[in-house]
Design a binder for this molecule. Structure first.
Ligand code: 9MG
Length: 282
C-alpha cells in the first residue's frame, strides 16, 4: 500500500459537494429496476413503484438513491441487458427522482446511458466495470458527475488481493484524471463479491482503513451478498439484513464514507448508535 494521505474531505458530484467529517457516512439506497434482481425480487420494475420505494428509502435515511437497470449480481449474465431495455428501465425513473430533488446515482456500464443520465441531472455514475467498456471513461469524463470506480475480476487468483485491487483502482483513477476528471470526483470501491472468495472479501473489508488512507472517497457495497450469507449461514438474501448491517458498520468504523445498502433504516440506526458512542467518548 503506497502514498498514505488524509481521508477524503469531500466528494464532488455535479452540483452537489458532499463534505465528510468522519462521523456521517452517506447511505446509498439500492433501487433495482430489473425484473430479476437477486435480493429484492425485482419488486420495483414499474416506474411508480420504483419512485415510491425511493421515497421510502429516503425517509428511512438514504442520502443517495442508486438506480440500476441491469442485474449485477455476482456471476450475472455477462452479455447484460440491451441498451434500449436499460434505457427504458432507468431513464423514466431517474427523471422523476431528479425532479423530486433526490440525489441520484445510476448503476450502469454503458456510455450512452451515462451521457443520457447525466443530461437528465443525475449526480453519480456507478460502474461495476470500472469505466472499462469502450467509450465509458470518455463519456463519464464529459460529465460533471461523481464517479464510483469499482474493481471486479473474473478470477480469484490473487497473490495479494488488497494490493492488486488498490493497483487497479489507482490505474483507473489515473486514466480518468488524464481525461480531465478531477480527483475529488472519483470514489473507490473494492467490489466486494465480484471475483473474490469469501476470505478475500473479508480481507478487503478488513483493509478498509488502508484504502481510505488513499485519500479518495471510499464506498463499500456488501449488502445481502453471498459472503455475508456464508459468514452468517443465511442462504436467503432477505435473511442477511443483520449481517449486512454489521458489515456496513465495520466499513464505516474503518472510515468508509459511503455504504451501498438495501436496508436503509437498519443501517442508519446502526450508524446513529455508533456515532452516539463516538461523540460521548470525545
Ligand atoms: C451495482 N452494484 C452491486 N454491487 C455493488 C458494489 O459492491 N458496489 C457498487 N459500486 N455497485 C454495486
Amino acid at each position: 500500500m503506497t502514498a498514505k494521505r488524509e481521508p477524503a474531505a469531500c466528494w464532488r458530484c455535479a452540483d452537489t459537494v458532499f463534505h465528510f467529517d468522519g462521523r456521517h457516512p452517506l447511505i446509498m439506497g439500492i433501487l433495482n429496476v430489473t425484473p430479476d434482481s437477486f435480493s429484492d425480487g425485482g419488486e420495483h420494475n414499474r416506474p411508480e413503484d420504483a419512485v415510491r420505494w425511493a421515497h421510502r428509502m429516503r425517509d428511512e435515511g438514504a442520502h443517495i438513491i442508486d438506480v440500476g437497470g441491469e442485474s449485477t449480481r455476482p456471476g450475472f449474465n455477462e452479455t447484460g441487458v440491451s441498451l434500449e431495455e436499460e434505457r427504458r428501465r432507468v431513464l423514466p425513473v431517474v427523471e422523476v427522482l431528479v425532479k423530486e430533488g433526490f440525489i441520484v446515482s445510476v448503476d450502469t456500464s454503458k456510455p450512452e446511458i451515462m451521457t443520457e443520465a447525466a443530461a437528465a441531472g443525475v449526480h453519480i455514475l456507478n460502474d461495476i466495470r470500472g469505466f472499462e467498456m469502450p467509450g465509458a471513461e470518455e463519456a463519464a469524463a464529459k460529465t460533471e458527475c461523481g464517479l464510483v470506480v469499482m474493481h471486479r475480476s473474473h478470477s480469484t487468483d490473487y497473490d495479494d488481493v488488497v494490493a492488486e485491487v488498490e493497483a487497479y483502482l489507482r490505474d483507473r483513477q489515473a486514466r480518468l484524471e488524464a481525461l480531465g476528471v478531477a480527483a475529488d470526483r472519483i470514489c473507490w470501491d473494492p467490489g466486494f463479491g465480484f471475483g473474490k472468495t469469501v476470505e478475500q472479501n473479508f480481507r478487503l473489508l478488513g483493509a478498509t482503513d488502508r484504502f481510505v488512507a488513499s485519500g479518495q472517497p471510499y464506498l463499500m457495497g456488501l449488502s445481502r451478498k453471498s459472503s455475508i450469507g456464508a459468514a452468517t449461514s443465511q442462504s436467503v438474501p432477505h435473511d442477511r439484513v443483520a449481517g449486512s448491517v454489521a458489515g456496513a458498520l465495520i466499513a464505516v468504523q474503518k472510515g468508509a464514507q459511503i455504504v451501498r445498502v438495501h436496508d436503509c433504516r437498519e443501517t442508519a440506526d446502526a450508524v446513529a448508535v455508533w456515532r452516539a458512542a463516538e461523540e460521548a467518548s470525545l
